[in-house]
Design a protein around this ligand. Structure first.
Ligand code: 5AD
Ligand code: SF4
Length: 468
């Protein structure tokens, strides 16, 4: 059930935003308080940070990238892969100095890592200067938790909350003015055996159809040119709602909204990716021709051990349908190399799948054991060194495919959304509907607009073009 979150009610004693805004101004900070929010990990975390920034904005905060000048420093953490965890601990350690020089600074941590008891235990014991810790289910409580930190000076920890409510109405301060994330659901029920997400983000719950469509409309009307619908598994959107709606219907409803915009979505799960969805994309006005469909492994035994609920054949079936129905479909995927017990021969099935599909680009990961997941308990006979070798082999194959794919686009005229300046003077960077980057010479005034460019050259996975 959706629960509307109203911030404007001054009489409500649980409304701490305005209250804490006042308290902060008087007690903790002079002038306009400043926050530095750092986000690690996936787009869902980026979207959560945008809500935290929205709440902080209502409290009167301004924002900085520099922790040295912030009154409040918050790291929104990721637990999906090991190096992310190491990095966060390193960065938190580095904040100790700031706290020593400016004891009034408030240091907070939130996000997926905070839903892992081994992490919060370590934080509590070894990082006493961290004032605020909250998990993924406590976003809506942030103003209250923050207020508690400011007013009672003790460390505030709120993790492990089991809350299935979908909170609506939390203010959002989007990072971009023409590209924006739009979460349509939270959590995941799939329990892939390597993945920590179902434990850190809880059970799958969808936002109401009407709420999502209305937010998309508001974004389009306020000038957003690219909207990306977000969820861990967008294809199962609606499963827990009373109304009988599918992701394909949601996409189709948003696509009907008038305006000049492109609609993207991620992430899709092959087991729930329906032909109905492909048909909606094929017949749409605004939906991008990019399909990010992570297959993880090309070997059926490994897929079963991963608990993915599809086979290589079923995956190829949906891919071939997409290729048939969507001209120029651009396919990307996530891949895990070195899942526990995966042999070299099994890994080669992943390579052959890549060759067969011809992906535009890939997000490739070496398996990393996540404590608390089933696969972390399994025998993992191959060394990291061996897995790294396989990994490089895979990258070399993909590089050739991507280069070939990009080269085949030379001479085409494509519509792109101009995203910003590239590193080179006078050169802009833009993105095609298929999510391929095109750099071209042009004036900065084009940033945030759709233009047509002719592809003149291919540089591996980046294209060069000229304005038409
Ligand atoms: N090890 C390596 N990669 C992982 N992913 C998720 N969990 C792990 C893990 N334990 C990858 C998957 C997923 C992407 C977001 O991260 O490929 O699709
Ligand atoms: Fe993790 Fe699998 Fe859920 Fe994706 S679908 S978030 S990989 S459990």
């Amino acid at each position: 059930m959706a629960n509307r979150f109203e911030y404007k009610n001054f009489d409500d004693k649980d409304n701490y935003i305005q209250q804490s805004g006042e308290v902060m101004a008087i007690r903790a900070f002079s002038g306009v308080p400043t926050a530095c929010i750092r986000t690690y990990g996936c787009q869902q975390n980026v979207a959560d940070s945008e809500k935290i920034k929205g709440m902080l904005s209502e409290m009167g905060f301004s924002f900085t990238e520099n922790p040295e000048e912030a009154d409040f420093i918050l790291f929104n953490t990721c637990a999906v892969r090991e190096h992310a965890e190491d990095r966060v601990f390193g960065n938190v350690g580095a904040l100790k100095n700031i706290k020593r020089h400016r004891p009034s600074v408030i240091i907070g941590l939130c996000g997926c890592m905070m839903e892992q008891p081994h992490v919060t235990d370590r934080l509590y014991k070894s990082f006493p200067f961290v004032n605020l810790v909250f998990g993924t289910h406590s976003l809506q409580n942030f103003p209250k938790l923050f207020y508690n930190v400011i007013t009672n000076g003790k460390r505030v920890y709120e993790t492990g909350v089991d809350d299935k409510t979908v909170y609506e109405g939390i203010p959002t301060k989007r990072d971009g003015t023409f590209k924006g994330w739009l979460p349509i659901m939270y959590g995941c029920d799939n329990f892939c055996t390597y993945c920590i997400v179902p434990y850190t983000r809880g059970r799958e719950r969808s936002r109401k159809f009407e709420d999502v469509v209305n937010e998309a409309r508001e974004m389009i009307q306020s000038g957003y040119k690219e909207i990306t619908l977000l969820g861990q598994n967008v294809n199962s959107y609606g499963k827990n709602l009373d109304e009988k709606v599918t992701f394909a219907q949601l996409l189709s409803a948003i696509d009907q909204i008038d305006g000049d915009y492109i609609l993207r979505f991620m992430t899709s799960h092959p087991k729930d990716c329906s032909k109905e969805l492909i048909d909606v994309i094929a017949n749409s006005k605004h939906i991008s021709t990019h399909l990010h469909l992570p297959f993880q492994s090309g070997n059926n035994r490994v897929l079963k051990a991963m608990n993915r609920h599809y086979t290589r054949e079923k995956y190829l079936d949906i891919i071939n349908y997409a290729k048939e129905k969507i001209p120029d479909v651009s396919l990307t995927s996530d891949i895990i190399v070195g899942f526990p017990g995966e042999t070299y021969e099994e890994f080669l099935d992943t390579v052959s799948l890549i060759e067969e599909v011809e992906f535009t680009s890939l997000f490739t990961f070496i398996y990393s054991a996540r404590p608390g997941t089933p696969a972390a308990e399994w025998d993992d006979p191959y060394t990291h060194e061996e897995k790294s070798k396989w990994f490089s082999e895979l990258l070399a194959v993909q590089e050739e495919i991507a280069a070939k794919r990009c080269a085949s686009m030379v001479g085409q005229k494509v519509k792109v959304l101009v995203e910003g300046k590239s590193d080179k003077d006078g050169v802009l960077t833009s993105r095609t509907s298929g999510n391929i980057i095109v750099d071209f010479e042009g004036d900065e005034s084009l940033i945030g607009q759709f233009v047509y460019v002719e592809i003149t050259q291919a540089r591996n996975w980046i294209l060069l073009g000229k304005l038409c």
